[in-house]
Design a protein around this ligand. Structure first.
Ligand SMILES: Cc1ncc(COP(=O)(O)O)c(C=O)c1O
Length: 417
């Protein structure tokens, strides 16, 4: 990153950071909707394959439209490199599989998005990788969860749907002390609330399908390498050839050249274009997501038919202090609240006219869901409890509509309960 670019403020970086002029002076990244790239001579293609020359080969391995988004995300997160993937789950799977091998353990926060929980508990266990789940607010339990086999610490910057806020700097200190990388899924906080690299994240994950895209028109994911972890370690012998050749780019090199290439969960050029379009307005949208979520949280908190509200921006939230410190007084666009029981939660959702009942977050539109009967329906009551999902809970991804319309929608449906 150039010195002038690194000095740009966050909102400006979202628009200009990592961008380059397109052909014909186009101010937009061209959508290179091509699977493969041709060269005039066999020698040229050999040079590219052998790393002696730079060039595109095949879109699963790289593509100019994907590269443009990767450069922009790396600048925004102050990383040394980024890899975009087909989805947020593809980003998590690819990044985790790049770090761990059979026999290794992951120390993970127990407060996770359901897909990640299932990947760690059900899928990776079949390949000899064990995950230990620990309450992310219990630092003593976290420390006790580390053993000789631990190779990765994983946490969400704001748990979805539990809405708990871990102290990421404390996670980072634990990771450093034990010579293990810290991977942070920052989907819910987004780079607008915090650049988690600054809190000590070695690898940053985003489901770009959510707030980064912003208008729910494409699925995507990203892995950003902070360049902060020392891979030259006896704990990571599988990084040795990559460290020797690429030094602090060892994680990106192993991920891109081996795991990402082999698993093949590459992003699509058109989706990457749309995700880049979303990125430009992230700050403006997040400002409104945050202020609308705060207003709705306060409204619900004061409502007699609402039993409880979980939003880290409410002063009586157990996460208010750490969220204030970490996110500089901004608390995001997601909240959960409880009604009397499941039947009331269903009646509330059925009575909403503006808010959409669907399984997504981070859209411009206000979205609601009853997680216990949908995205978490497959889990036992014990696992649901671990995820903070109860029968009376409703999750809201607060949109950027006029807040008075959102309040009227929830108010009218609550009145009809
Ligand atoms: C925190 C978090 N991480 C990862 C994912 C997975 O992302 P995707 O749906 O893009 O695969 C989600 C999806 O909801 C999520 O909320």
């Amino acid at each position: 990153m150039g010195e002038r670019e690194s000095r740009l403020r966050f909102d400006t970086k979202l628009i200009h950071g990592g961008t380059a002029p397109g052909p014909y002076g186009a101010t937009k990244t061209p959508i290179v909707q091509a699977s493969a790239f041709a060269y005039n001579s066999a020698e040229e293609l050999e040079d590219i394959f052998k790393g002696r020359a730079i060039g595109q080969v095949y879109t699963r391995i790289g593509n100019p439209t994907l590269e443009s988004l990767e450069k922009r995300l790396a600048v925004i997160e102050d990383g040394i490199a980024a890899i975009v993937t087909a989805s947020g789950m593809a980003a998590i799977t690819t990044a985790v599989m790049a770090v761990v091998r059979s026999g290794d353990e992951i120390l993970s926060s127990s407060s996770l998005f359901g897909g990640t929980y299932s990947l760690f508990r059900d899928t990776l266990s079949n390949y000899g990788v064990k995950a230990r789940f620990v309450d992310p607010t219990d630092l003593a339990a976290l420390e006790a969860g580390i053993n000789d086999a631990t190779r990765l610490i994983f946490v969400e910057s704001i748990g979805n749907p539990k809405m708990d806020v871990p102290d990421i700097a404390a996670f980072a200190a634990l990771a450093r002390k034990n010579g293990i990388p810290l991977m942070v899924d920052a989907t819910v906080s987004t780079p607008y609330l915090a650049r988690v690299k600054d809190l000590g994240a070695d690898i940053v994950i985003h489901s770009t399908s959510k707030f980064i895209n912003g208008t729910a028109n494409s699925i995507g994911g990203a892995i950003i390498d902070s360049g902060s972890f020392d891979w030259n370690s006896p704990k990571f012998p599988h990084f040795e050839p990559f460290y020797r050749k690429y030094r602090n780019f060892a994680f990106t090199a192993r991920t891109r050249k081996l795991i990402h290439k082999d698993f093949g969960a590459c992003a699509a050029p058109f989706n990457s274009f749309l995700l880049g379009e979303g990125l430009e307005t992230l700050a403006l949208r997040m400002e409104r997501h945050c202020s609308n979520a705060m207003r709705l949280a306060q409204f619900l908190d004061a409502h007699e038919k609402v039993s409880w509200v979980n939003y880290p921006g409410l002063p009586d939230s157990p996460f208010f202090e750490v969220a204030t410190r970490q996110f500089k007084g901004r608390f995001g666009g997601l909240l959960t609240f409880g009604l009397a029981d499941k039947a009331s939660a269903f009646r509330l959702i059925n009575g909403l006219e503006l808010a959409k009942n669907l399984a997504n977050i981070g859209d411009t539109k206000t979205l609601v869901i009853h997680p216990a009967s949908t995205i978490c329906a497959d889990y036992t009551p014990e696992v649901k409890a671990l995820m903070g999902v109860s029968e009376e809970l409703v999750r809201v991804s607060v949109g950027i509509e006029d807040i008075e319309d959102i309040l009227e929608d929830f108010g009218a449906s609550l009145d009809r309960l």
